[in-house]
Write a protein that binds this ligand. Structure first.
Ligand SMILES: CC(=O)SCCNC(=O)CCNC(=O)[C@H](O)C(C)(C)COP(=O)(O)OP(=O)(O)OC[C@H]1O[C@@H](n2cnc3c(N)ncnc32)[C@H](O)[C@@H]1OP(=O)(O)O
Ligand SMILES: N[C@@H](CCO)C(=O)O
Length: 489
């Protein structure tokens, strides 16, 4: 299928009607979360994928705003025909709490004072960011996400999601990230923060109404950080030792090398789109991030239920593959269904924004390998054998279903009754369920692939399969409707 763009998009805003209690114990009032969505939420509400952005990202992950020179930051992955296929999935991308692109952060108005928060904004954590995202997801009437995916700090949010809300996420894709910030990562963040804080125009965070903010400090912070997003090899590839607009070095402190020019460009470009206080708060949240419990990652991952696809980048020295291998081992130790892939790239950390081919391949494979448990309706009304036929018909009408599993006292499957069986009961004058239900029921297991289930349905000309466990107890039900919604490509 041809890969396309989601086209023209717009950012929307979710205003929380309740206060947001933070991990620190502080409370934020009137929180707004900026978000974008791509694709349509299906009837069963089981095709939603949440995309989480990295340090300097925003809600605009794909498509084009009117004023855009470039599309959203994950255009390589999101859109018709791509791994995050907007024809199949309902994709949600929100700007983090603490950010500066529409969500509540230090540059927002503090409702208590009517002025910008500045440093009165409470310190937030990755857990708080995820808590705010959960409120957004609930506001969109979604109980369970098909997947959560993100790179770098976005990957931290992915891991936090499956730790904080294990029942709300079926699949998780953490990319180029870690389960706890290392001393080296904290060190780079602190240098960046000091660059901002020591800029006199930072003014203790009070600069929004001043003519000049801490531009130099923020640009310097980005220049340092940007080096960590590249690799030595990619810097050689991009610049070598090329000089900038000169044939010889100048023997002074003016700009000699192309790489210097590039870093200055990146620093200046950053100042135009980012807020220095947000940078301080977000890097702090990254530093605090640690999913281990009592020093043990295995313990921290104890309650995870999601399937996980880890993606590391071989040239990423900021979030090196070893850190993700630790995540892999801790998940394995908890019997989590987890796979590990390592992208081959010279780009370094930022490869998660650039390696479209490999990323699409790994993410698409992980998402499309859909199992019964990913799609099944767990809220199935199973009925007992002695139920009156009229009550069965009423239940079908109330639940808008045409199939009901019949179970014994222990929820073990005895048969299945369909709307067609009920018509038959009238035509043939039957009075009990036992006479009309199908007893040799074709079933499937929760870990059976959708391919295998579709084949069973086709071969037997049926449109519904009960999902049973090893003891034949009913776990859910799966219908052709659910499958066709997901696999409609
Ligand atoms: C989830 C998120 O993380 S969202 C945030 C992601 N976005 C960013 O981080 C934005 C800044 N980062 C970047 O641009 C990243 O390098 C990437 C990964 C997004 C893009 O990487 P690449 O496509 O390899 O671009 P590259 O790093 O070469 O930078 C290109 C820019 O540098 C400029 N540039 C290149 N060489 C030089 C030079 N010698 N002197 C001055 N400028 C230069 C280019 O003109 C180009 O400018 P533009 O971005 O305004 O078009
Ligand atoms: N380029 C990314 C790197 C951090 O992961 C960003 O600016 O968010």
């Amino acid at each position: 299928m041809k890969k396309e763009s989601v086209g023209s998009v717009e950012t929307k805003f979710f205003n929380m009607d309740k206060d947001l209690k933070l991990e620190s114990g502080k409370v934020l009032k009137d929180v707004t979360i900026a978000y974008e969505t791509y694709g349509k939420l299906n009837k069963e509400k089981n095709n939603a994928i949440l995309v989480c952005h990295a340090l300097s990202g925003d809600a605009h992950a794909a498509g084009w705003h009117d004023e855009d020179r470039k599309p959203g930051w994950w255009e390589i992955l999101i859109g018709p025909g791509k791994a995050l296929d907007s024809e199949k999935y309902f994709i949600i991308s929100s700007n983090i709490l603490g950010g500066c692109s529409g969500s509540t952060g230090p540059s927002s108005i503090n409702p208590a004072t009517g002025k910008t928060y500045n440093l009165d904004f409470p310190v937030i954590t990755i857990k708080d960011m995820v808590k705010a995202q959960k409120k957004l997801v609930e506001n969109l009437n979604i109980d369970k996400l098909l997947a959560v995916v993100g790179g770098s700090m976005g990957g931290m949010q992915v891991l936090q999601w499956i730790v904080s809300y294990p029942d709300m996420v079926k699949k998780a894709i953490p990319i180029a990230t870690t389960a706890h910030s290392s001393p080296q990562q904290i060190a780079f963040n602190e240098v960046g923060r000091q660059a901002i804080i020591t800029d006199p125009h930072w003014n203790d965070g009070d600069y929004y109404d001043k003519e000049i903010g801490p531009r130099n400090g923020l640009a310097l912070a980005r220049m340092i950080a940007h080096i960590t997003y590249l690799s030595d090899e990619s810097m050689y590839e991009k610049f070598g030792r090329d000089l900038k607009d000169k044939k010889e070095v100048s023997y002074d402190f003016s700009m000699d090398f192309q790489v210097e020019s590039y870093l200055h460009y990146q620093g200046d470009a950053f100042v135009k789109r980012f807020d220095a206080n947000s940078y301080l708060y977000i890097t702090k949240a990254i530093d605090y991030f640690d999913l281990s419990s009592n020093g043990s990652l295995i313990e921290g991952f104890r309650n995870i239920k999601s399937k996980v696809q880890i993606i590391a980048i071989d040239s990423d020295w900021l979030y090196p593959p070893d850190q993700l291998k630790d995540v892999l081992m801790a998940l394995n130790a908890n019997n989590v269904d987890v796979s590990y892939a390592e992208l081959k790239s010279t780009y370094g950390h930022d490869a998660f924004l650039l390696e479209g081919g490999q990323l699409n391949y790994v993410v698409a494979n992980f998402l499309t390998n859909t199992l019964a448990e990913d799609l099944m309706d767990e809220n199935v009304s199973a009925i007992k054998k002695d139920m009156e036929l009229k009550d069965v018909a009423m239940l079908m009408m109330a639940d808008y279903v045409t199939h009901l599993p019949v179970v014994d006292e222990d929820n073990r499957l005895l048969g299945i009754v369909t709307a067609w069986d009920l018509s038959k009961s009238i035509a043939l004058n039957c009075s009990s369920l036992d006479e009309i239900m199908t007893k040799n029921v074709i079933t499937c297991k929760s870990d059976e692939t959708i391919d295998s289930i579709s084949r069973k349905m086709r071969e037997n000309d049926i449109s519904c399969l009960p999902v049973v466990d090893d003891d034949f107890k009913v776990e859910g039900i799966i219908t052709t409707d659910q499958i066709s919604h997901l696999l409609s490509d």
